[in-house]
Design a protein around this ligand. Sequence first.
Ligand code: URA
Length: 184
Amino acid sequence: MLSWEELIIECSNCMKCELGKHRTNIVVGRGSRNAPLMLIGEGPGQQEDKQGLPFVGAAGKLLDLLLDAQEITEDKYYICNIVKCRPPNNRVPFDEEAFQCLPYLRNQVKLVKPRIIVCLGNTAMKYIIDKNEKITQIRGYWIERKGFWLMPTFHPAALLRDESKKALMWQDFKKVKQKLNEIY
Ligand code: URA
């Protein structure tokens, strides 16, 4: 297992897949490095690539609102993505890109040691929970696995396209807050 410093250096030099050629900045994560809650998205967008931080664009603003509404403060969560470099035109990462990047994410999970992991959207659900599931079918239900509580929910960008998902995602975040209260 790499230390935080080693991990960041390794990610910064990573050229294991095509995405490395296009990045401005590597996007490793933000938030508390010993948070009880880890949120995992898909991959950096334009703003994230520019700033080197996850979820700082439009989807990130929505996510902040959801977290604020449940009074989940930044000391309680760490946020990151399946891939650490921006896919061109924000396309979904290819399997080979995700598989090259996943060991970095596993390393991050070992360092942060969260109890709860929220998978934001299909891509995170596919690589963390089950590649054959559909987010619309399993969102909102807890999955207990290897000592983690996994919660699949929508990606906040999906709310930008479809307002009707807002209430459902709100409920999912309420469950996350309840679980945090139960555990801590
Ligand atoms: N969407 C993601 O999945 N991750 C980000 O960091 C930003 C937008």
